[in-house]
Design a protein around this ligand. Structure first.
Ligand SMILES: Cc1cc2nc3c(=O)[nH]c(=O)nc-3n(C[C@H](O)[C@H](O)[C@H](O)COP(=O)(O)OP(=O)(O)OC[C@H]3O[C@@H](n4cnc5c(N)ncnc54)[C@H](O)[C@@H]3O)c2cc1C
Ligand code: FES
Length: 501
């Protein structure tokens, strides 16, 4: 499951050396080497800060290396949702922040010779049912100051019942961007440590202690004056962001297709979501389709939706041959606006950047601009619409309560359901079964290898579910993921599942 962007990366900069014992302090520790963390790190290094980026896997291993990488201000039906909750003024601020993120990103790519394709973006109806929400998005775009228009037709081989078009947006391969940010960071004296997972951050006086664990199980502390958590969902429970975010996993496939692939970037308003773009590669173009999303840990058999997505691509692009298949997750904020700023009100030591709702190319860059300017003593006028703590969260309270009721439901269901199935056989490839009363066991079989783990998530005790499309364990509470052997892949958890008793 390697994305088109992460496969065959011959020109990637060589991995940096591990952190020496004498080199374990910085003005700012940035946790996470995706678009948000690396852009923040470079902006701070440009201003003379000493910056250390700590990455659990490798740069781009999270959503950034597994995205569809549309750099667009037309973002599905995002603006209708923001306007419904916050009104047009906030939506204009959100667009302004995204516009600034977009123009920084494209300007940086142009300056570095990184290929960016300028393309129109479409939010379209794939059936009659989708027309009203597409029309509503057009009105929302106008209210938020975007020069979008309605089109009845588009030159595409899949069902298209009209949609919104926003001209001159962009798309790219995100990995050359990350490579260029790493090179610049290191040229400016910053450091990137990969294979280093942050476990917790404690603080005394002016200094924070960032506790890390390497892939070789070495544990040590990095000292920093400030810390930015650019980890997708924040890894610290302070601030309770995990209760204000819904982790959403979705799937992408790349295909070699006979003939030309229609230009433009498409996302449907109606279900099941279909996201489409092309990507230039060394040996011709690829078609990319995305969709089959589900809240992490909630889908029974996600593999069937992935198969439907594949069948859809092959139906509408006859002769399409799948070359890549991958998945990733991003976080939907309960009140629709991203959370970028202090982890707790008034805290100017630890910052978060999350809630990009699958639109982090522009939002992540905007977050980096907002955080860097805040840390350096400036401010962005539009940053109010990205605030981590502000009155706008009030509008999210009903949704947060609903999410947390759901969390409570999944917590209880995770513990109870397997107990009611004592004696049942293990599901074919994976699932949670009961051992002796209350000693649950997660069993999986991948490539003929059976593994048994304790299914209790080390974050806050959720019971993980098996995902047959990713062949991994997923926690339905806050989205942590683990491989079949229980090794932590991602999420707010910072430890592995333990062995079955
Ligand atoms: C399928 C899919 C398609 C998408 N398509 C688009 C699109 O077309 N356009 C768009 O704008 N957006 C899109 N998005 C959203 C976008 O990809 C993300 O919002 C964006 O990449 C988030 O970047 P980030 O740097 O904040 O997080 P990430 O890229 O997820 O980076 C976080 C990093 O933190 C690291 N990390 C986590 N925990 C720790 C820890 N404890 N210690 C150290 N490191 C840690 C992770 O390994 C990871 O590398 C899509 C998302 C998905 C899932
Ligand atoms: S991710 Fe929070 S309990 Fe599992």
């Amino acid at each position: 499951m390697t994305s088109l962007w992460l496969a065959d990366r011959a020109n990637r900069p060589s991995p940096p050396t591990p952190l020496l014992e004498t080199d374990r302090s910085a003005d700012v520790a940035v946790v996470g080497a995706g678009i948000t963390g690396l852009t923040t790190a470079v902006l701070l290094a440009r201003a003379g800060k000493s910056v250390m980026v700590l990455e659990a896997h490798s740069a781009g291993a999270g959503a950034t290396g597994n995205t569809t990488a549309k750099i667009s201000l037309l973002q599905g039906t995002k603006l209708s949702k923001i306007i419904a909750k916050h009104g047009a003024k906030r939506a204009r601020q959100y667009v302004e922040g995204n516009r600034e993120g977009q123009s920084w990103l494209i300007g940086h790519c142009q300056a570095q010779g990184i290929s960016v394709q300028r393309e129109d973006a479409f939010t379209y109806a794939q059936s009659e049912e989708g027309i009203s929400s597409a029309r509503a998005e057009l009105e929302a775009c106008k209210a938020a100051g975007l020069a979008a228009e309605w089109v009845d037709n588009a030159d595409v081989p899949f069902p298209f019942h009209g949609g919104v078009r926003l001209p001159d947006q962009a798309q790219f391969d995100p990995m050359p961007l990350l490579d260029s940010l790493i090179v610049e960071l290191e040229e400016r004296g910053g450091r990137l440590a990969q294979g280093v997972r942050v476990q917790k951050v404690s603080g005394q006086g002016d200094e924070l202690a960032v506790h890390v664990r390497t892939t070789d199980a070495d544990e040590f502390v990095v000292n920093a004056k400030q810390c930015v958590l650019a980890t997708g969902i924040p890894i610290l429970d302070r601030g309770g962001f995990f209760a204000r975010l819904k982790p959403q996993r979705s799937y992408c496939m790349a295909y070699r297709v006979p003939g030309d692939i229609t230009s433009g970037m498409y996302i449907s308003t109606d279900s099941p979501t279909r996201s489409v773009r092309y990507a230039p590669t060394a040996d011709g173009q690829r078609l990319i389709v995305g969709g089959a999303g589900h809240p992490v840990g909630h889908a029974k058999q996600p593999a069937s939706s992935v198969q439907e997505l594949d069948a859809w691509a092959k139906l509408h692009y006859p002769g399409a041959m799948q070359t890549h298949y991958w998945s990733a997750q991003d976080y939907s904020p309960v009140d629709e606006l991203p959370y970028v700023g202090p982890i707790l009100p008034g805290n100017d030591k630890i910052f978060v950047a999350t809630g990009f709702d699958k639109w982090g190319m522009t939002n992540g860059t905007a977050a980096a601009l907002a955080l860097a300017s805040r840390i350096l003593g400036g401010r962005m006028d539009w940053a109010e619409s990205f605030a981590s703590w502000s009155p706008h969260e009030l509008s999210g309270i009903p949704k947060a309560m609903q999410n947390n009721l759901e969390v409570g439901f999944y917590l209880a269901r995770g513990w109870i359901t397997p107990v009611t199935r004592i004696g049942d056989r293990t599901p074919d490839d994976g699932g949670v079964v009961s051992g002796p009363p209350w000693q649950l066991e997660g069993r999986s079989v991948v490539n003929g290898v059976e593994r048994r783990v304790s299914p209790v998530c080390p974050h806050l005790g959720g019971i993980v579910n098996w995902n047959d499309a990713d062949e991994s364990w997923e926690c339905p509470l806050h989205g942590s993921r683990f491989d079949p052997a229980g090794k932590l892949l991602e999420g707010p958890a910072t430890r592995d599942l333990t062995a079955a008793q």
